[in-house]
Design a protein around this ligand. Structure first.
Ligand code: GLN
Length: 538
């Protein structure tokens, strides 16, 4: 096996520059040239994983097959590369410290003073090389969360410095992502923040090999020369990253700028073939030239922040492309939906998706939205909590169990149609204790789910504590709520659907996590198709 090569991506000037998208775009190009590439993210906060964070803090919590609760950037990595990630792809400072402190308690450092350098940095370095040492990858791209200069990023930056020293400059390089702001009053792009940010990096002993400069305007040759000279990088290593209309355009923009070729040259790797972007570009042209447009309501409670439903929004883009359709996602706050205003709120929609979520806030509005979709034959798709709401709605309004609820919302309900899973009953810790990751599901032949997946055995990712109460499955089945997907080992209902409806499906799992550019998720694809059909027949 050849030496695995490492590319570190750091960020300066401000946060939210899109390091994840740059890392994913570079990885896409390297993959398209024939390199086995993976991306990992190191986050500087003290939570052991983002599972305990409110989505308003860092956006959606993404879940991998192996049940890791991770940063949403891993979603971008999978969507771009179409290769599953795992716990090893996302490490937080909390996880590093937890592991070092556990080792200390076990006596693994017996006799020594345990310190940030070398113990924390060694742990970081080990984890940074974990995927690289597996032999599965030629190139490992590591995104360092946060901004250079932050106190909390220091151990990561020091670890990168050491790794570049350990591995050698042609085996490990650093890409620094910065902002080149435009001052409208002066009519100029400004390089100073980038110069300062590179200087901060140098104070930590790291020389940036490549600068990726986020900008709203084209960088002139003069600006590029200035950046190269003052930031001590080659001219060809000043890469412009101009605002794009879609994140899926960024790999092509990076290709034009030569980011992949500069990186390969620094790493002493051959360019191999020109990147094969044929399928990617077909996808892009489909997003850009849609034949239809549909309006799909996203009924949730985190609608103020786009990132909270990141994977769902991206899955709609993939499914839209598959249907040559532009999907306008209309965010609707479930807290403000009532029986009195539902027609008004859902006016003009061709389909609705009821979103995942936790806690009581906004659930009555979600139930009302399900009722509206069911009664008006509007295509409906419920995910996790959205599926549970469909079970409650059917129990209340079709069976007449007016008190039906989830015990998450009302512990004393006389009809707990959704209740805490058995294995959750003794769980008290909140971190990493939900039913997580990939589980199998058997699909009933002839069901809508069967038509959608084209197979009777699937595997999907989960993140929940409550389930459709098995004591109600028969009576609801008889009343017309078909439990069409069942976990073969536990009997847990994974999918519900209604036959006498153009498209009504609720799933306990999160299909959005598995939708990628190369493999748009079949439920999303069929749901968008149902919305197109619904619009046509209006
Ligand atoms: N709150 C619900 C549960 O824990 C649904 C979770 C979700 O939507 N991810 O089961």
């Amino acid at each position: 096996m050849n030496q695995t090569k490492y590319i570190f991506v750091t960020g300066g000037v401000t946060s939210s520059l899109g390091k994840g998208i740059i890392a994913a775009s570079l990885a896409k190009l390297l993959q398209a040239r024939g390199y086995r590439t993976t991306i990992q993210k190191f986050d500087p906060y003290l939570n052991v994983d983002p599972g305990t964070l409110n989505p308003y803090e860092h956006g959606e919590c993404y879940v991998t097959d192996d049940g890791a609760e991770t940063d949403l950037d891993l979603g971008h990595y999978e969507r771009f590369l179409n290769v599953p990630t795992s716990q090893a792809n996302n490490v937080t400072t909390g996880r590093i410290y937890l592991s070092v402190i556990e080792k200390e308690r076990r006596g693994e450092f017996l006799g020594k003073t345990v310190q940030v350098v070398p113990h924390i940095t060694n742990e970081i370095k080990e984890r940074m090389q974990l995927l690289g040492n597996s032999g599965d990858y030629d190139i490992v791209i590591t995104e360092i969360g946060g901004t250079v200069g932050d106190i909390e990023s220091l151990p990561y930056i020091e670890s990168v410095r050491q790794l570049v020293w350990d591995l050698g400059e042609s085996n490990a390089i650093v890409i620094h992502l910065t902002l080149v702001p435009y001052l409208a009053a002066a009519g100029e792009l400004k390089t100073k923040p980038t110069q300062h940010s590179v200087k901060t990096l140098m104070e930590s002993g790291i020389k940036a090999d490549i600068l990726v400069c986020r900008t709203e305007h084209e960088l002139s040759q003069e600006i590029r020369n200035k950046l190269a000279l003052f930031c001590n990088v080659k001219k060809e290593a000043v890469i412009q990253s101009i605002d794009a209309s879609t994140i899926y355009e960024v790999p092509n923009l990076m290709l034009e700028e030569g980011l992949d070729t500069v990186a390969l040259k620094k790493l002493d790797l051959p360019k191999k073939a020109a990147p094969d972007m044929k399928n990617w570009n077909t996808f892009l042209s489909r997003i850009k030239n849609p034949k239809h447009t549909v309006n799909i309501g996203l009924i949730g409670k985190y609608v103020e922040m786009q990132d909270c439903y990141k994977s769902i929004l991206e899955a709609f883009i993939h499914a839209g492309a598959a249907n040559e359709t532009k999907v306008n996602v209309v965010s609707i706050h479930s807290e403000y939906i009532t029986a009195a205003n539902i027609n008004e709120k859902l006016k003009g929609l061709d389909a609705i998706l009821v979103a995942p979520g936790f806690g009581e806030r906004g659930i009555e509005g979600k139930i009302e939205a399900v009722r509206h979709a069911r009664e008006n034959k509007l295509p409906f798709f419920g995910i996790c909590l959205g599926m549970q709401m469909a079970v409650i709605e059917y129990s209340r309004n079709v069976l007449g169990y007016s008190e039906a609820n989830s015990t998450e919302m009302n512990e004393g309900t006389s009809h707990p149609v959704v209740n805490l899973m058995e294995e959750q009953k003794n769980v008290t810790d909140k971190g990493g204790t939900m039913r997580l990751g990939a589980w199998k599901c058997d699909i009933k032949e002839g069901s809508l789910a069967h038509k959608i997946y084209g197979q009777t055995s699937i595997s999907e990712r989960h993140r929940h504590r409550y389930e459709y109460n098995s004591s109600y499955v028969d009576v609801l089945q008889k009343a017309g709520l078909n439990a069409s997907g069942i976990n073969p080992n536990t009997g847990l209902v994974e999918i519900v659907e209604i036959e006498d409806h153009p498209f009504f499906i609720g799933v306990q799992y999160h299909p959005e996590y598995k939708s990628t550019v190369a493999n748009p998720h079949p439920i999303f694809v069929n749901f968008v198709a149902a919305a197109v059909k619904a619009k046509r027949s209006k």
